[in-house]
Design a protein around this ligand. Sequence first.
Ligand SMILES: [Zn+2]
Length: 232
Amino acid sequence: MGLEASPLAQAVGSYLASRPRVTRWVEWLAGRRYRLAVFPDRPAPVVVVAYRYRDPARAAQVARAIARDWAQAPSRCRESYEEILARAPGLIVVQLRRRNVCGCLGHRHVVVKEAPFAEPHDAFGGAVVGEMDIAFDRVEGWLALPLMDTALDTQFIAGSRLREFHEQRLRFRLLSILLHETHHMASPQAPEEAVRERSLAFYREALANYVENARASLSFTIDRSFSRLGKE
Ligand SMILES: [Zn+2]
């Protein structure tokens, strides 16, 4: 499903474009940009990536993780978030940063601060708005599952697709953090332990599945220990 198939995404896009010209100019000059993304198999939540003018490539990775990589994850991974996404805010604003002063990968915000979304608007069609931040560069350097991440690296270093692998892995990390914070929004009472376990399982299985497929299509030799990695 592209943005055109999500009525809410359409309405939000039109709303952003139809605000007074002076508002949009001030925002543009301040360096604020927005990019929308939806999961390919559901019209909501609509994710608004709010980013700085110098970070379009980072914003594009987040959007691609949602719009494309989500569908690459095994169906059981996606099913584990089915109920959570159904209960999540219809509109999720992601303030994309390079890093956070506190050093965290991301947080959910109690109050929506991103100006165009801070007040309810007709265009949102009654959808609840949630907000989080993600520290992109921190996520890039994060070893989510140290043993698995390092072991996979040594497998790919032999091939020419290491860079592609790193980008894919980064997008799965971004996706797992987005899902993690979305889970907190959908179930404020859920214990951190359970929320983290689910998001790491998503990351681990999505990555293992990607590697499995890549391995099937690659010609370089892979160590026999490889087959045990998916079980870390
Ligand atoms: Zn958490």
